[in-house]
Design a protein around this ligand. Structure first.
Ligand SMILES: [Zn+2]
Length: 477
C-alpha cells in the first residue's frame, strides 16, 4: 500500500514529536500500580542501606520488594542513584482550622510529610475533617488530638474550658465518645481539673498529651500518666524546685489568659533561670525515660518567635501563608517586647542544650513544628528546619531522621523490630538524591514522594508548591 505508506511516514514522525512533548509535560500524580527500580532502601532503625532494589506498590500498601528489576504491572519509575526513606511525620500541627489546610496539604506533600499529629482545633472543624481527609488525595494521615482543654480564662479561642473535677470528668467522657486519638491538655488547668481529666482519661484508656499546666510540675504529669509533653513546657524550669515555684506563683497571680510562653519569657522566670545547671535535670530526664513520656520540642516555633527580625529566607517564603497571616506577623514583629524576646532566646538556648542529654538518657523524642498561625513557621519547610536544629543540638542525622519517621510510628504502636519499608507496610515513601541519615542537609534533595497510592515526581512536587501559593492567597488566616 504505497499510497497509505507514503502518507504514513510524516504522521508517524508527527506522532513521535507529540509523544515526546507529552512526555516532557509535568505528569499529574494519579493512584496507579507503580514499581520503583534500582533504588537504595535506607533502614531508618540503624542506617543500613540495601542498594539496587525494586519496590512495588498498589494503593496504600507496599506489595513487593526485591532486587531490581522486579516484575509487576503498571508504571515504572527509575530510582537509579536515589535513596528511599519512610514518609516524614510532623508531630505538632494545627492544619485543620479556618482554611489553612488548603495550603498546608500541598506543602506537606511537597516536603515529604505523609503524616501529622493535629494538636488541637475547633471541635466542629475536627469532626468535619476527620471524615473529609479520607477522601482528599492530598490529605496526610492524621493523628487527631481533641480540642485543647484548658482552665479559665482559657488561652486559646478554639479550646474548651473546665474548672473543676466533675466537669472535667464529664468533658473527657464526651471527647472520648467523639473518638479523638488523645486528650490535649493546656496551660491554665487547675490541679483539680487536671486530676479529673487524667483520672477519667486513664479509666477510659484515652492517652493524655499536651502542655504541663503552669500550676503543676513535670513530675506530677508523669505520675498522672501523661504520654507526651509539647514544647518542653516546664521541663527546663522543672529541673529546679525554686524556678518551678516562681512559675507556679506567677501563674497564680496572673488573672489574664497568659500562655506558657509569655510567663516563661517574663523577667522573674528568666532571672530564676540564670543559674540553670543541666546536671540538675538528670533525675527528671531519667523519670521521663522510664515512663517513656514523649517530647515534642518544636524548637523551630521558639526560634522564629524570639527572632526580632525575619531573615531573608523566611521572607522569601511569605507567600506560602495567607495575606491575613502575613499582616498579623508583621504587626507582631513591630509590637514585640525586645526584653521578652531576649529572655526567650535564652530559654531556647537552654532547651537546645537539653536535647542530647535527654536523648542520651533515653527520653523518646518526636519532631514537630507547630505549623499553624505561628510566626514564620511554614508547613513543610519548618519540619526540615526542626531536624537541622536537632542536629545542631547534638543528635546524629540518623537520630534526627528517626524523630520524624521511626519514632512517630513507635509512638503509634509500630513494633520497633520491624522495618518500615517492607511488603504489607504503608506505601508512604520519600526519595532523595542524597541520604539524609548521613547528612541532614540532604533533606533538601527530595526527588519523589509516594502517598495514597500516587507517585509524585519532582515536577509534580514543584507544581504542588505553585498550587500552595495560589491556595494561600485566597485562604483565611
Ligand atoms: Zn500547637
Amino acid at each position: 500500500m504505497p499510497y497509505c505508506g507514503g502518507k504514513k511516514e510524516p504522521m508517524k514522525f508527527l506522532g513521535t514529536i507529540v509523544l515526546t512533548l507529552l512526555a516532557m509535560l509535568p505528569r499529574p500524580a494519579v493512584a496507579e500500580p507503580t514499581t520503583i527500580d534500582h533504588v537504595t532502601i535506607v533502614d531508618v532503625a540503624d542506617g543500613t542501606r540495601v542498594p539496587n532494589q525494586s519496590i512495588n506498590f498498589d494503593g496504600d500498601r507496599i506489595n513487593a520488594i526485591g532486587p531490581s528489576p522486579l516484575r509487576g504491572p503498571g508504571r515504572r519509575v527509575d530510582g537509579t542513584g536515589l535513596f528511599v526513606l519512610p514518609g516524614l511525620w510532623d508531630m505538632h500541627v494545627h492544619s485543620h482550622r479556618e482554611r489553612r489546610w488548603t495550603y498546608h496539604y500541598p506543602l506537606l506533600r511537597a516536603f515529604g510529610i505523609t503524616g501529622v499529629r493535629d494538636a488541637g482545633t475547633h471541635l466542629a472543624s475536627a469532626l468535619a475533617f476527620r471524615a473529609r481527609t479520607k477522601d482528599d488525595p492530598l490529605a496526610p494521615r492524621v493523628i487527631w488530638g481533641s480540642p485543647i482543654v484548658d482552665g479559665a480564662p482559657q488561652v486559646n479561642s478554639f479550646g474548651l474550658s473546665t474548672e473543676d473535677e466533675p466537669s472535667a470528668r464529664h468533658l473527657v467522657r464526651e471527647l472520648h465518645r467523639q473518638g479523638f486519638d488523645f486528650l490535649k491538655v493546656y496551660d491554665r488547668l487547675s490541679p483539680g481539673a487536671y486530676h479529673g481529666l487524667t483520672s477519667e482519661a486513664r479509666r477510659l484508656g484515652m492517652p493524655i498529651e499536651g502542655h504541663v499546666p503552669l500550676a503543676l510540675s513535670p513530675d506530677l504529669v508523669i505520675a498522672s500518666g501523661q504520654r507526651l509533653i509539647d514544647h518542653l513546657t516546664l521541663i527546663a524550669e522543672g529541673c529546679s524546685p525554686r524556678t518551678l515555684s516562681v512559675v507556679n506563683r506567677k501563674n497564680a497571680e496572673d488573672p489574664r489568659e497568659s500562655d506558657s510562653l509569655s510567663i516563661l519569657m517574663s523577667n522573674e522566670v528568666a532571672s530564676a533561670m540564670m543559674n540553670f545547671d543541666i546536671r540538675t535535670c538528670k533525675p527528671l530526664f531519667d523519670r521521663l525515660a522510664r515512663k517513656r513520656v514523649w517530647q515534642v520540642p518544636t524548637f523551630v516555633q521558639l526560634e522564629t518567635f524570639v527572632s526580632p527580625t525575619a531573615p531573608p529566607d523566611w521572607q522569601a517564603r511569605r507567600d506560602y501563608v495567607s495575606p491575613g497571616l502575613q499582616a498579623d506577623w508583621e504587626k507582631s514583629v513591630k509590637e514585640a517586647d525586645p526584653v521578652a524576646l531576649a529572655n526567650g532566646r535564652k530559654i531556647l538556648d537552654i532547651q537546645l542544650s537539653m536535647l542530647k542529654p535527654m536523648a542520651d538518657a533515653g527520653v523518646p523524642i518526636l519532631a514537630g513544628t507547630d505549623s499553624s498561625s505561628e510566626m514564620w513557621v511554614f508547613a513543610g519547610f519548618s519540619l526540615h528546619r526542626e531536624l537541622e536544629l536537632f542536629v545542631e543540638a547534638g543528635l546524629s542525622p540518623l537520630q534526627a531522621i528517626q524523630t520524624a519517621t521511626l519514632n512517630p510510628r513507635i509512638y503509634a504502636g509500630h513494633d520497633r523490630g520491624k522495618p518500615l519499608i517492607r511488603p504489607g507496610e504503608r506505601a508512604d515513601l520519600v526519595l532523595f538524591a542524597a541520604d539524609p541519615t548521613a547528612d541532614i542537609g540532604s533533606l533538601a534533595t527530595i526527588r519523589g514522594v509516594v502517598a495514597r497510592g500516587m507517585y509524585h515526581d519532582r515536577a509534580s512536587l514543584d507544581a504542588l508548591l505553585v498550587d500552595a501559593k495560589r491556595r494561600a492567597k485566597t485562604a483565611g488566616k
